[in-house]
Design a protein around this ligand. Structure first.
Ligand SMILES: [Zn+2]
Length: 94
């Protein structure tokens, strides 16, 4: 069974933000440095386990807090990630 580690919300958000403009290799590289410098490795754990788990959590969006439109909080449309379909239809882009 796969063990899940607890990560500080700020840590996850930091790497999620980075993943929006850096390639995955760079994010993993920085996550590796973070684990090596800032994490206590418990008996039975390896740095690789922590790095893999951190990376997984960074690239797995939690549905209850992500992907909401900025307009009314409904699911965003596929055309515009900040507006839902209804609001996009009535949006004034002039
Ligand atoms: Zn809306």
């Amino acid at each position: 069974m796969k063990k899940l580690f607890y990560w500080d919300k700020d840590t996850i958000n930091h790497f999620r933000f980075q993943s929006s403009f850096d390639c995955k290799d760079k994010v993993i590289s920085d996550a590796t440095s973070f684990v090596e410098n800032c994490c206590d490795i418990e008996p039975g754990e390896t740095e690789e386990m922590l790095i893999e788990d951190l990376t997984n959590q960074v690239y797995t969006q939690e549905e209850d807090e992500e992907n909401l439109s900025n307009c009314c909080g409904a699911d965003p449309s596929h055309l515009n990630e900040s507006l839902c379909g209804d609001c996009l239809e009535h949006a004034d882009f002039n």
